[in-house]
Write a protein that binds this ligand. Sequence first.
Ligand code: PEP
Ligand code: MG
Length: 758
Amino acid sequence: MAQTGIGGHRQALRSLRTIMAGDGSAQHRLDRIVKVIAAEMVAEVCSVYVMRAGELLELFATEGLNPSAVHRTRLRVGEGLVGEVAARARALNLPDAQSHPLFSYRPETGEEIYHSLLGVPVLRGGRVRGVLVVQNRAQRHYTDEEVETLEVIAVIIAELIASGGLVSPVETAPAQGNAILAIRLEGVRINEGLAMGEAIHHTPRVAVPQLVADDPDTEHRRLAEALSAMHSELDDMLAHDAFGRPGEHRDVLETYRKFAEDRGWLRRIGEAIGGGLTAEAAVQKVLDDTRARMRQIVDPYLGERLADLEDLAYRLLHHLSGEVRPAEMEEQPESVVLVAHSIGPAELLDYAGKRLKALILEEGSSNSHVAIVARALGIPVVGRVKDALSQVDPMDPVIVDGDHSQVYVRPGEDIQQMVSEHFSERQRRLAAYSAQRDDPAVTRDGVEVSLNINAGLLMDLQSLDASGADGIGLYRTEIPFMVHSEFPSVEAQTDLYRRVLEGAAGRPVKFRTLDIGGDKQLPYFRESFDQNPAMGWRSIRVALDRPSMLRQQLRALIVACDGRPLSVMFPMIAEVAEFQAARSILDMEMKRAVRRGQRMPEPLEVGAMLEVPSLMWQLDSLLPEVDFLSVGSNDLFQFLFAVDRGNPRVADRYDVLSPGLLSVLESLVQRCAERDVELSLCGEMAGRPIEAMALIGIGFRNLSAPAGTVGAVKTMICGLDAGALAGFMNTLLSLPDHSIRERLRDYAIDHRIELNEL
Ligand code: PEP
Ligand code: MG
């Protein structure tokens, strides 16, 4: 081997660059490259192994080994010396390779005559894409400079592999070497569904070519032109109804569009240009400043604004620079799984329709703007996935399971198989649920259960039809309030509620009045920061302290009803006096409507949500006052067990199927039955078949849960003997156990009751 070091190999690198830039297939270029390396490094052998699917390193080109071994010799990562280089992702320098314990003799190669071996990994994006090897007959130790030279050459080979001409990048990704292990990431469910595809990163950065401007006037003009182009682009986006139906996603986009005209933002950019920066540098500076300020404050609303601002700033930078946005790039895989730290709603729409199948976010919450747009697009989204951008590389095959908040990255065949079985099973179940959509939910012993859905967006109304539910057991009115930039007028609210009632087409809807505060902040209504938001100034407490908000909402509901039935429930009632106060505000609005000669709701039903344990000790005075009670089991469980519902560290500490919670609920069932007051439960537990089964066992006959769960719960109900189950559960409630889940599961197995979730 030549002893000239890197400097002496410049000529070789130049030849390699010429080959790379030249014509011919990738294979042809690789064949020429191994020849050049062998000659330049005075090695009798030079071979390139490329990583293929299933963690296999395949001999792709060789100078010196038997040519018939090309595309035949394959080694697993970790197998033989080549496999060892890949597994350790480090060079291996051996004077006598054949005496190494890992030497794996492959007769087809004819390599038994070569003694020394130098292998380096071909790396790209921190992952092993192949192995480059030189071999010599003589026993010799390669110098450090020679190792370095080979590593530099490996960079060029990595480029060739990444070009996709040798094997499809999708195929190379699933191999499981040292740095290419299949991994599973957990996050939180932002939108349900299951999808697979290849990852692309949403990295909206745009290089700012010049920081200091030659002429501020030119920069101001450039900014004005870019802004006007951006505004018309946004107008086009809004004019083009991407979803073919109305919904809150349009409000999200309109809010965003207004933000693009925010005077404060534009003024600060103008000032930065005045200070001597180019337009690009000014936009970037204002974004950096705002980001630094906002990151100091942990606040979901500001987080949302920051996402909008970043989205707009990058959009504007793209207009200024004329660079192509990542979403517009031609080379995208068939099925795209987008990975982003955070993404604005409009940016997500840039990708929509471009084969977008799923979204993974490092941030995000289920009420975020992007979540609402994703729901309108019907793509699964898993959020709060830690370090997603560094764990998932571009073109990695990824499976996104929104139902179970899981992301499988570079899944091995076993996982792919498992998920595709899960996928088929899911499709089979969906078809079965859809076939029983119009059947009533009746147990084997003839007990009817009313199944309803929880909704909060206009687009959820479609699920009402699709699920075959009886009605909407909980309409969370706060979500539309959260996506606006200002308090919606009475007219806007009326219009919204009218659409909900029309969409429900006669099926009952329980409207819950505003449940804001805590983690659900309104952008335009911020009066306090609570130390302990779940127990702070939220929900009915806010409504009673600021009654005009509640009055306007109730007014809108009465007008929207226009003579139809109206069901209203007040959230988070802790004492009867609160219910009475809220009820008297409703009565005031009813009187106002009478005075104005409006058509009155008929009938009007008014209920309370039982979410705060204190109310259990005032049932005697509460029950005569309400038309119905609905248990908000998410909050009730949180307050009964003093367990923060949003804290993953305590999420599994207690079980809703504890004898404690179930006994409280059972006594509530009894008390409501004595007073003939309708009782329902609208927390998440109503949507999990085993938990819904327990609820029916203690006497619940009305449940409300996310739409996607109705089919599974109905299937469970149809296999159930409610009388027999009630007898069995009677024996369990006095147990000192942590949970009766296992006993219920065994019972279901013994009685052939299906407890599958989707
Ligand atoms: C509940 O607390 O169970 C409930 C249904 O209300 P939310 O989840 O909106 O607080
Ligand atoms: Mg609640």
